[in-house]
Write a protein that binds this ligand. Structure first.
Ligand code: NAI
Length: 535
């Protein structure tokens, strides 16, 4: 073999997109000069999965399983995805929430191989050059974060990269987007997490966060470089702090196909699950009294999609908004509060409405409103107290309670407590998996893979609110077993297919598609989904 052949053989094994490990056949070993670089045993994908499962079983904790899976992804993508898809209920919590939270917090500790792109502020003049890499020619979906609000864990700086990596793993696992077509990006503008900056092992840029006009200019040059490099790429914003999340979505959603998963994906997931819940209770959406706890990016997104869903039931906008009471850190959001964000202003109740209320905190609001639906997106652990839940349950037969905050350590309540305090009457949905029977995991993973593939399948040049409403309705119509409101995690691939078809058709209806509706059949879209098998 020539030196070039030797180098090519090593490159084949080093690239996670081409490496098959022990599953290279004898013929492939002959053709590519792999003999000697691999042990003699010729395995199969199935035997490789079995080997990795045994390793996972023997590990002490989930964080180490997460780190192991990250390394596997960086050495053999087909095997990683085949392993994940073969047992989504077990693997999803390891590659995504809740374990990905620790993966972000300890990112520097487990950093091994490059994946995706770190665009740091000191490299701001090199962005176009970095994106020009021919290895990135096929990119169709980008998930980008600046690491400022990672799950409910705050500013994780460069460690926030764990989130785009995890989300894109799920794009592939659930929607079959080819691993060569996804790109995680971390905008490293520094961190205000002093402990990280002081940690000698921290891999990010040791600087307080760049803010204001400099931040805006940096993000702007990033978006322009992305749009120039891949005009049709889908750009998903992920785990930005609330103020930036809204601003960036507003600024760029009409520039390229783009959405913010914390705002819009959460909204579609929560509304879809709520639609499923009220089908169960037999009530109309328009008759619900909805208390929302935590009106940040996720909470206000949920509220706005709820308003649209209520309007679709015939209410005018004012009547729709009147069904929602939003509580944030200073209590019920009312119109005379001085420090409201623009999305909160739209949710404010008339101050006159509440003057007689004894208290306007969550408990006071629940006592006054007697809600039928309580949704938490506050990141405040334990805030759905026994008193709050019992007050709610006293006023309705089947309370719908969704403590959505992630990870588990930030959940507004433990679902077992919610069931106990309501004598089992509550329909409960949580952001992270708790393993409690009859409790639904209300996680964006039900929505974003299908939204992404739907936008791609339709050739959408924008991502519209209508596409998210279509996703919510499709999800709500799928239902679940017993008291669970959504299909099981094991069915996420079928879920993504159903959502994709609905989203792609909504893109056509909204006039943003470049593919005709007749081409958006389930069969055709299923054919677009990559399978994790060796060629
Ligand atoms: P955010 O920071 O934009 O919003 C949090 C909101 O909670 C803010 O408005 C904040 O003022 C409010 N808040 C803080 N302390 C409070 C208190 N003591 N009482 C009432 N409100 C309080 O964050 P974002 O993106 O909205 O996420 C919030 C939580 O929702 C996180 O834990 C996140 O993990 C979770 N989430 C869950 C998703 C799911 O799929 N289940 C999806 C997206 C977010």
């Amino acid at each position: 073999m020539s030196p070039a052949h030797h180098a090519a053989a090593r490159a084949l094994l080093a690239d996670p997109l081409t490496n098959k490990g022990t599953a290279f056949t004898e013929a492939e070993r002959d053709a590519f000069g792999l003999h000697g670089l691999l042990p003699p045993h010729v395995g199969t994908l199935e035997s490789q999965i079995a080997r990795r499962r045994r390793v996972l079983d023997g590990m002490a904790d989930d964080f180490h399983r997460y780190a192991f899976l990250r390394e596997l992804q960086d050495s053999n993508e087909v095997l990683f995805h085949a392993l994940v898809q073969a047992d989504l209920p077990r693997l999803l919590p390891l590659v995504y929430t809740p374990t990905v939270g620790a993966g972000c917090e300890r990112f520097s500790e487990i950093w091994r191989k490059p994946r995706g792109l770190f665009l740091s502020y000191p490299n701001r003049d090199r962005i176009a050059d970095i994106l020009a890499d021919p290895a990135l020619d096929r990119i169709k979906v980008i998930v980008v974060s600046d690491g400022e609000r990672i799950l409910g864990l705050g500013d994780q700086g460069a460690g926030g990269m764990g989130i785009p990596i995890g989300k894109l793993a799920l794009y592939t696992a659930c929607a079959g987007i080819h691993p060569a077509e996804v790109l995680p990006i971390l905008l490293d503008v520094g961190t205000d997490n002093a402990a990280l900056r002081d940690d000698p092992l921290y891999v990010g840029w040791r600087n307080p966060r760049v803010r204001g006009e400099d931040y805006a200019a940096f993000v702007d040059s990033f978006v322009e470089a992305v749009a120039a490099r891949w005009p049709d790429v889908l750009l998903q914003w992920e785990d930005f702090a609330g103020h930036n999340a809204h601003d960036l979505l507003g600024r760029y959603r009409d520039r390229l196909p783009s959405f913010n998963d914390d705002i819009q994906g959460t909204a579609a997931t929560a509304v879809g699950t709520l639609l499923s819940a009220i089908r169960r209770t037999g009530a109309r959406l328009a008759d619900q009294r909805i208390v929302l706890f935590g009106a940040g990016a996720a909470g206000s997104g949920v509220a706005e999609l709820l308003v649209q869903a209520l309007q679709a039931e015939g209410l005018d906008e004012a009547a729709a908004r009147a069904r929602i009471w939003a509580v944030d850190r200073d209590g019920l959001i009312v119109s005379d509060m001085a420090t409201l964000t623009p999305p909160q202003v739209r949710l404010a109740r008339d101050a006159a409405e509440v003057v007689d209320w004894p208290a306007q905190d969550l408990l006071g609001t629940v006592q006054a409103v007697r809600p039928t639906v309580l949704i938490g997106a506050s990141g405040q652990a334990g805030s759905f107290t026994e008193a709050v839940v019992r007050a709610m349950a006293a006023g309705c037969a089947r309370p719908v309670i969704f403590p959505l905050s992630n990870p588990i350590s930030r959940a507004e309540a433990h679902p077992a407590d919610l069931l106990a305090w309501t004598e089992g009457r509550a329909l409960v949905g949580t952001g992270s998996p708790f393993g409690v029977a009859g409790v639904t995991q209300v996680n964006n993973v039900y929505i974003f893979p299908g939204v992404g593939l739907g936008a791609i399948a339709a050739g959408a040049h924008r991502v519209t609110d209508g596409m998210f409403m279509a996703a919510a309705r499709a999800l709500g119509a799928m239902g679940g077993e017993g008291d669970t409101l959504l299909p099981p995690i094991a069915a996420l691939r079928e879920v993504a297919l159903g959502i994709t078809v609905a989203v792609a058709r909504a893109a056509v209806a909204d006039g943003v598609a470049s593919v005709a509706a007749v081409d958006l059949t389930e069969e055709r879209i299923a054919g677009l989904m990559w399978q994790a098998v060796y060629d």
